[in-house]
Write a protein that binds this ligand. Structure first.
Ligand code: SF4
Ligand code: SF4
Ligand code: SF4
Length: 370
């Protein structure tokens, strides 16, 4: 899978931004993810040295992250212009309006107000109470929560697969806290170029995708240790601690944050989602083997412009399902063939309206490419 990406010249402003962005990501995520480790190592004596205005770094990180995501998502909805289509005033489709509204609400309500304001308030705590709600402090949140609380288990092993059944991996482009940043940055003017020109599309990149399977296996193994510990069937404190450090430092900080977010300008916005996230691999496997009714289909309008492939943040060569040598083949794809997260970028960018979402089994796909 590989397609032409064109030459991309960064502006001077973008270059200056990158010079500041990288140290900011390294230090910012370092403080957010590793401050407790720094204290344990004795490099800093009081954890509150990392607090600002008496608030935990997680609060400030959550506030800045939420403000950025909500600003971009809100702007897209209020302006009503498609961030994908070219032209003077391309209208925002109903799908994209719903997606960006969902991102705005999910980020603000579930990933900021709930953990930082509503839960402390329900517990009768002052807004400036610290430490903040522990929901925000666990690294590698899907593994920790999915194996240590019945609510988390129901969510990850019940609700998420159910959503995959009906909506494919739209969870990743409509709801997930990590995906919300990727999705909104991906429609800014720089972000669109990072997706278009920097998303890895070579056969070697494709061969790297199974790394996610490895992380899923490690995540499940650690998750079962946590689960047995929760049930008091098994306790190995040193194993749990080693697993936590592996999660916090290797997976969450280095891979998820430094590579996942720090590499936006160099590898596109979905490095972690495509190569790292164990939940994504779980959803993909569920969609592939247990089922998903979600699919992208191409019609006979395709002119072989390949814009759809360039717009895909997951590095999917969408055009190969739409045409062969500029002749429409009306193919389709879902989670049984690709990592599609249902962002709709390929559909919106197509000037020929050649792509759409359809539930599987309700369409005819005569030329499906395997
Ligand atoms: S791949 Fe994982 S981190 Fe990315 S949006 Fe999906 S669930 Fe979230
Ligand atoms: S589906 Fe649209 S964007 Fe993709 S190749 Fe065909 S005409 Fe071009
Ligand atoms: S194939 Fe289209 S809908 Fe799926 S992830 Fe890529 S751009 Fe988004």
């Amino acid at each position: 899978m590989s397609y032409a990406k064109g030459v991309y010249q960064r502006s001077n402003l973008e270059r200056v931004f990158i010079v500041f962005y990288l140290p900011l990501v390294i230090v910012g995520y370092g403080v957010y993810k590793c401050h407790e480790l720094v204290v344990q190592l004795g490099w800093v004596h009081d954890v509150r040295s990392f607090f600002f205005l008496d608030k935990h770094p997680a609060f400030w990180y959550g506030l800045g992250y939420t403000a950025l995501v909500c600003f971009i998502a809100g702007k897209v909805v209020v302006q009503g212009k498609s961030p994908y289509k070219k032209g003077k005033n391309p209208a925002l489709s109903r799908y994209q309006r719903a997606k960006f509204t969902s991102i705005f609400v999910a980020q603000l309500l579930f990933f900021f107000l709930l953990p930082f304001v509503i839960i402390p308030w329900l517990k009768g705590q002052d807004l400036f109470y610290d430490p903040v709600a522990p929901t925000t402090l666990d690294a590698y949140v899907y593994v920790s929560k999915a194996f240590t609380s019945w609510g988390g288990i129901f969510y990850v092993f019940g609700l998420v697969p159910l959503s995959v059944w009906f909506f494919g991996k739209r969870y990743c482009s409509w709801f997930c806290a990590c995906g919300n940043l990727a999705e909104t940055i991906g429609v800014t003017s720089w972000g669109k170029n990072w997706v278009k020109h920097k998303t890895p599309t070579s056969p070697r990149a494709k061969k790297t995708e199974p790394l996610q399977t490895l992380l899923l296996i490690l995540g499940l193994a650690y998750g079962f240790v946590l689960f047995f510990d929760m049930l008091k069937l098994f306790t190995a404190e040193s194993l749990l601690l080693a697993g936590k450090y592996y999660q916090d430092i290797a997976v969450d900080y280095i891979f998820g944050a430094l590579v996942g977010v720090g590499a936006y300008p160099f590898l596109g916005t979905r490095v972690w989602c495509r190569f790292g996230c164990p939940l994504a691999k779980g959803m993909e496997l569920f969609g592939r083997y247990a089922g998903s009714k979600f699919e992208v289909v191409a019609n006979e309008n395709c002119k072989g412009l390949n814009l759809c492939s360039q717009a895909c943040p997951m590095g999917i060569d969408v055009a190969q399902y739409a045409h062969k040598d500029k002749t429409p083949i009306q193919g389709s794809f879902g989670l049984n063939q690709t990592l599609c997260i249902g962002c709709g970028g390929c559909i919106d960018i197509c000037p020929k309206d050649a792509l759409s979402f359809k539930p599987i089994n309700k369409i005819v796909t005569p030329n499906r490419i395997e």
